[in-house]
Every structure is written in structure tokens, then in C-alpha cells.
Design a protein. Structure first.
Length: 318
């Protein structure tokens, strides 16, 4: 199976390493910056040359602001694609991608690797069982101090710090918006948000966002995103008719409290971060070989993408 890789930054290199581990060695890299790679993989410098190489599938892992022009050509050719999140960076691009998907004949998947975290998968199982009853509210929180993200690198020069590349917490931490929609339902009515740059960090993007909405079932969902929390905090608190559930994605455990029952702890202490990426990639490759779309699809990716763009554009227009 020949696979094209667009982008060879940190996430692109991770995907390449995982592909090689899975036995996929026929990889062609599209690189616009830099040449050469430690695996002696074939490299091309244009999307046209990559398509001429006739890959069965392409992984899109360059900055969000560059996605749209590549997606248009890849979808037109019906090539299977795993696209990093967010898919695109403007409402006009969302609308165009929605139109292009109507005619798209390939297998398309959005790289929301957090859906493959064992805590998220177990939480979804518990919620689907109805054990908690009606969900009253959910609070999702993710925060980590941006300068600590990539030790040894100048934080002000990475993708996350630059508006022109699609950085900022609303796009960069869009996983939480996707998980909220997947677990609790999409927003109905107005989405409220407060977005700002509050710190002295040398970035030209927002570093904190609070998002609030209500779902069709009545659940009230709030989401906190920041580049400011010292250490690393990522969790979800759910209050429901029959109890509560706390999902700690930093320590990889779930605490389930159901009225009249003993507290239940689900622990995934041996879980390693790269397992999510491996499971995501394995699902995509299997879907590509079978001609089957796998969740999260490109259409799934557009749901949180549209929400994030609306929130982000309101901030940058003010």
C-alpha cells in the first residue's frame, strides 16, 4: 500500500514512525520546507507530483491554514485521506469542503486521536448504557503552559503560537469541542464564548477560551481551553440524574459514582500516548483497504471545525 504524507513536522514524523512500525514502508513525503529524512523515503515537492505517484491514501499533516488547497485536489481524485484537525481554517473553506464531500468517492477520516483514548472509549460506553440517566451538565478542561509543550524549542516559533498557521487554543485544542459533541451532542441554539489573550506570552493568538452551549437533550456543556495552566490538566466532569463521572485524561482513570452503589474506578495506568495515534492509524488503514469510512469521518470533523471557526472569528473581528 503506497501512502503519501503531506507535512513532516512533529505530527508528520509521528505518523511516519507509526506507519513504519505497522509495516507500511512505501511512503512518499511531500515537503515544502527541508529535504532529506532518516528513513530514506522518497520525497516530492508538489501536490501534483504526489498525486502522480498514485498513493492509495494520503495523510495531511501540515499547518491548518494550508489544508484547503490540498484537500480540494485529493478529494477530486478520490484518494483516501486521513486529515489532521482542524480540517480547514475559514467558513468559506468549510462550505466548499462540504460541497466537495458530496461527490467524494474515497475513504476520509479526521485525525481526532483523543477519541481513541481508553478513558474516552470507556466513558462513551458508560454513557451509551444509560447507567447515569439524563446528563445535566458536562465540564471539559484542558490546559498546559505553552512554553512547556516542546522542550528545547522556542515556543514562540511553533505552529501553536502563530495565527497565520492556525494556532491559538480554539483550533489547537479543538479535541475538547469534538469530544463534547461526540459524547453529549451538538449545540442547539446560541453558543456563548469568551476568548482572549491574557498572558505575556510572545504569541499573536488567543491563549484562553471559555465555551458554553446546550445540547438537544438539554445538557449544559462548558469547555475550558488554555495555554496557561502550569503542569498539565485535562479532565471531564459529568453531573447526571443518577450520579457523576470524572474522567482524568492526565492520569488515565475514570471515577464513577452511581447513587446506591460503590464508587467504581477504571484505571489505565499502562496506557501510553502513542497508542491513540496507532489505533487511529490502524483504523484508517483498515478502512482504506476495505473501502469503508471510519469514525471520525471528514463530515464529523466539520462539526467541531465550524464551531471553532465561528468562535475564533468573533474574537479576531473584535
Amino acid at each position: 500500500m503506497k501512502i503519501g504524507m503531506i507535512g513532516y513536522g512533529s505530527i508528520g514524523r509521528r505518523h511516519v514512525e507509526n506507519l513504519l512500525f505497522l509495516g507500511q514502508k512505501d511512503i512518499v513525503l511531500l515537503r515544502e520546507i527541508g529535504v532529506g529524512n532518516p528513513h530514506n523515503l522518497q520525497e516530492v515537492s508538489t501536490i501534483e507530483d504526489l498525486i502522480l505517484a498514485k498513493p492509495q491514501a494520503i495523510i495531511l499533516a501540515n499547518p491548518t491554514s494550508m489544508h484547503s488547497k490540498y484537500l480540494e485536489l485529493i478529494l477530486k481524485d478520490g484518494i483516501d485521506i486521513l486529515a489532521e484537525k482542524p480540517l480547514v481554517s475559514s467558513i468559506s473553506e468549510v462550505n466548499r469542503l462540504e460541497r466537495e464531500l458530496i461527490e467524494y468517492s474515497g475513504v476520509g477520516m479526521t485525525a481526532f486521536n483523543l477519541r481513541f483514548h481508553p478513558c474516552i472509549q470507556k466513558a462513551k460506553e458508560i454513557l451509551s448504557s444509560g447507567l447515569l440517566g439524563n446528563i445535566y451538565s458536562a465540564r471539559l478542561y484542558v490546559g498546559q503552559y505553552l512554553p512547556d509543550w516542546r522542550p528545547g524549542k522556542n515556543y514562540s516559533e511553533i505552529y501553536s503560537a502563530k495565527k497565520e498557521l492556525g494556532g491559538g487554543v480554539v483550533f489547537d485544542l479543538i479535541h475538547e469541542i469534538d469530544i463534547a459533541c461526540d459524547l453529549f451532542g451538538v449545540p442547539t441554539g446560541r453558543i456563548s464564548s469568551i476568548v482572549d489573550k491574557l498572558s505575556e506570552l510572545e504569541i499573536d493568538v488567543e491563549d484562553l477560551a471559555e465555551i458554553l452551549f446546550q445540547t438537544k437533550s438539554g445538557s449544559i456543556v462548558s469547555i475550558h481551553l488554555d495555554y496557561l495552566t502550569r503542569g498539565y490538566k485535562r479532565d471531564i466532569h459529568i453531573m447526571a440524574q443518577s450520579g457523576t463521572m470524572d474522567i482524568d485524561l492526565a492520569s488515565n482513570n475514570i471515577k464513577l459514582n452511581i447513587e446506591g452503589r460503590e464508587t467504581r474506578i477504571y484505571s489505565y495506568a499502562k496506557f501510553e500516548k502513542n497508542e491513540m495515534y496507532m489505533d487511529l492509524l490502524s483504523s484508517f488503514l483498515e478502512g482504506s483497504n476495505k473501502g469503508e469510512n471510519r469514525s471520525p469521518t471528514l463530515a464529523d470533523g466539520l462539526i467541531s471545525n465550524r464551531i471553532a471557526i465561528d468562535i475564533r472569528s468573533t474574537y479576531y473581528q473584535n
